[in-house]
Write a protein that binds this ligand. Structure first.
Ligand code: BGC
Length: 743
């Protein structure tokens, strides 16, 4: 069995560790030639500077809270000409206008290209997590967890294309996205940044996003595309405690079966950079893990881009994690493990220590060259040397109605109808409704963290033109038919509920990002549960709308609600999309990308092991992964495969017919699951292998076809080898099943 190992410090110091560079001098590409030429002219200080990334704040004047950063020319000049920094990135700042971005990036690039000795442009990086959330005019999309519910790869790709365009139009060529962690702990506050709990879903959504962001199969990024950053490598999304930046304990087999594939796919798709997990796996902080950062990432997966640390995480090896006994040793460990660029973020200590380490002979200059090559290659690929400046012509196409339409469509397709007793939904447009609940009349809650500010909670920054759920319903029904009582006034809400036909109660979470979203209990706060339970006593039918980044427990009020709509964090057009679905102007088709748990201590994903089902305390999810209702109904028939036996190297075609048996047009997401019935490592009960959305008119049927390949049947065996064991596999689609024999 392969063990996770980190070379000892003495190994590192004695040079016992082989360096890995994908640069191939025998066949240099055009970019490689430019890189070598530039590298040969660089001093050691200039090289070490390229590996240093600092925040905008570090080169800005002091400011008051709520003010925007203004560059301090003196500090910027020092950072660029004295420390030769390679990259600057955003901090917890409020969003800028396009004009402000143009001015800022121009100021930075002027200095870098005209005042530094070699004129190397700065690589500016930003977290454009759901659209270009730090540009005021940009289009904000649903967060990734909602995008995953659409099961619509084209929409994901389209949203990433718009994001790339709007980033370039802001003058920013590098996005710290997509998040490719598989969200297998629903407590984790960054769950909403993921594409859900399933490895295949995360891999395919990530692939579509990268294609949209950087273009397909194109190592040279066109000027309306940007470099992406697959993050956070690896295992960050599965902290044992559920709190952000806390340890994960993940055996190698599980790492390989569940957490590695989305990164492997991203590398295959041409991702330019990778950001590292801030925390630790099995006691080893990932920033110091040469096995993961070099052996697996470079040698096995063939990653050729560069690896950036997360916020302050090189320092953390000493300050927090205590695996290095001095700040200098922390730099040594991180660089020798495989970090190419350090998000320092607010001083030049990394630069100073790294310089010392090379001068003292503790790190070979060849190791520095390796990182600088990787960084320069990305700068060349982005055409930054040819043109580092924002293009004013692009501004007019930012935040267009067409882009908003894509965001609206994504929000509509994400909305997941979890319950609809007696067809309460869609509501009749003549009905009188009460709208109440903490999240009914706010814009920030629809967007969540990473929206205009890091935490996304500055309500005043959201454009007044953006609808809340309340205003979108009022626009459709007229204000006379809609009573609004803020969720905090229980008595008034109960009184109002007695005078309406239906109560729409909008519950969920406030915006948050990273550690500030840590919670001690997955259950929705008591006051919110109480609001629903008290209104239920009036006998007025209840529609529960959940606006939340993770599945907060609602079990105590589930029976009180006749209908439940999961809205996730549906983005800027989320209010409109919710009104469309509640009033029947759009037929919902979203499917849960996560298991919705019933109990706070029963957090078992859908692809669990058979033993979980053999337990006297039966698994009891509130709503399973893949669940989602429609206003029409669908029937599956004719599940057929072109063969019932498959040999190694062969593929298999599976067909199924889906029919709309209801009275409305609707989209059905057809999902194919595979179950390995017997194998030497206990198999998951089922795993998602393919999905495809089909839109059907009433009475219409279509045949959907899927192809499975050998790898779909494979797993990591007892020796951690990726293999297929011959035997029986069950294919299931809808309520149909078929047995396939792998020979
Ligand atoms: C987050 C990263 C993010 C970085 C820069 C860190 O705190 O973990 O995901 O890219 O900050 O904003």
């Amino acid at each position: 069995m392969i063990l996770l190992t980190v070379p000892s410090l003495s190994q590192l110091l004695n040079g016992d560790v082989q360096l890995i560079d994908n640069y191939s001098p025998t066949q240099p590409s055009a970019i490689d030639k430019k890189v070598e030429n530039l590298l040969s002219k660089m001093t050691l200080s200039e090289k070490v500077g390229q590996m240093t990334q600092i925040t905008l704040e570090t080169v800005s004047k002091k400011k008051k809270i709520n003010q925007k950063y203004k560059v301090d020319p003196q500090k910027l000049r020092e950072a660029i000409t004295k420390y030769h920094v390679g990259s600057i990135f955003n901090v917890d700042n409020s969003a800028l206008t396009l004009d402000e971005w143009h001015q800022l990036i121009t100021q930075i690039q002027d200095l870098a290209t005209q005042k530094s000795r070699l004129g190397i442009p700065i690589l500016y990086g930003i977290d454009a997590i759901h659209g270009v959330n730090y540009t005021l005019e940009a289009t904000l999309f649903p967060q990734n967890i909602a995008m995953a519910a659409t099961r619509n790869l084209e929409l994901v790709k389209k949203s990433a294309e718009i994001t790339a365009y709007e980033m370039r139009a802001s003058g920013i060529p590098w996005n710290f996205n997509p998040v490719l962690g598989v969200g297998r702990n629903p407590l984790w506050p960054r769950l909403y940044e993921t594409f859900g709990e399933d490895t295949y879903l995360v891999s395919t959504m990530g692939e579509a996003y990268i294609q949209g962001l950087s273009g397909e199969n194109n190592p040279i990024v066109p000027t309306d595309k940007v470099a992406g950053c697959a993050k956070h490598y690896l295992g960050y999304s599965f902290p044992l405690s559920g709190k952000d930046r806390t340890p994960a304990w993940i055996p190698e087999r599980m790492l390989r079966d569940y957490f590695l594939p989305p990164f492997a796919k991203a590398i295959e798709t041409g991702i330019h950079t990778v950001m590292v997990n801030s925390s630790e796996i099995n006691g080893i902080p990932v920033h110091s893990d040469r096995y993961l950062l070099t052996d697996v990432l470079r040698q096995e997966l063939g990653f050729k881009g560069f690896v950036v640390s997360d916020w302050e995480d090189v320092k953390h090896l000493y300050k927090r994690d205590r695996v290095a006994s001095s700040p200098q040793e922390a730099v040594l460990m991180a660089v020798m493990a495989g970090i190419d660029m350090s998000m320092v973020p607010d001083d030049f200590s990394f630069y100073e220590y790294l310089l010392e380490l090379v001068k003292e002979g503790k790190i070979p200059e060849s190791r520095i060259d390796e990182s600088v090559r990787r960084i320069l290659r990305v700068k060349f690929a982005l055409n930054l040397f040819e043109n580092p400046y924002p293009d004013p012509e692009m501004k007019s196409q930012v935040g267009t109605p067409e882009s908003a339409q894509v965001s609206l469509q994504a929000a509509r397709e994400a909305l997941t109808l979890l319950k609809n007793d007696h067809g309460l939904l869609p509501l009749n447009k003549n009905q009188k409704i009460l709208v109440t609940g903490t999240n009914a009349n706010l814009r920030s809650v629809l967007n969540g963290g990473w929206s205009y500010t890091w935490q996304g909670d500055e309500e005043s920054l959201y454009p007044k033109t953006q609808a809340t759920i309340l205003s979108a319903l009022q626009a459709k029904l007229g204000t006379a038919n809609v009573t609004y009582i803020e969720g905090t006034t229980l008595d008034q809400a109960v009184a109002a509920a007695q005078n309406v036909d239906v109560a729409i109660i909008v519950l969920g979470e406030p915006p948050y990002a990273e550690t500030s979203g840590n919670i001690h209990d997955l259950t929705l706060p008591t006051a919110q549960l109480q609001l629903a339970a008290t209104i239920a006593k009036t006998g007025t039918p209840i529609v529960l709308v959940l606006v939340e980044g993770r599945p907060r427990i609602i079990t105590p009020i589930v029976d009180d609600a006749q209908a439940i709509l999961m809205a996730y964090l549906p983005g800027a057009l989320g209010g409109n999309a919710i009104a469309d679905v509640l009033l029947g102007d759009y037929n919902p088709s979203g499917k849960l990308p996560i298991t919705y748990p019933s109990h706070p201590n029963d957090l078992v994903p859908y692809d669990h092991k058979p033993i979980e089902e053999d337990n006297p305390n039966k698994l009891d999810p509130l709503f399973p992964f893949g669940f989602g209702l429609s206003y029409t109904s669908f029937n599956y028939s004719n599940l057929q495969s072109d063969r019932n036996q498959i040999s190694p190297g062969e593929s298999l075609t599976i067909k199924v017919t889906v029919r709309n048996t209801g009275k409305r047009m609707g989209k059905e997401v057809v999902e194919l699951y595979l179950s390995d019935l017997y194998r030497t490592v206990s198999p998951p009960v089922k795993q998602l292998k393919r999905f495809q959305g089909v839109t059907l008119q009433p009475g219409e049927s279509k045949t959907v076809e899927f192809t499975l390949n050998q790898d779909d049947f494979a797993f990591h065996d007892r020796d951690n080898q990726f293999t297929v064991e011959p035997g029986e596999f069950k294919v299931s689609i809808g309520d149909l099943e078929n047995i396939i024999i792998f020979l």
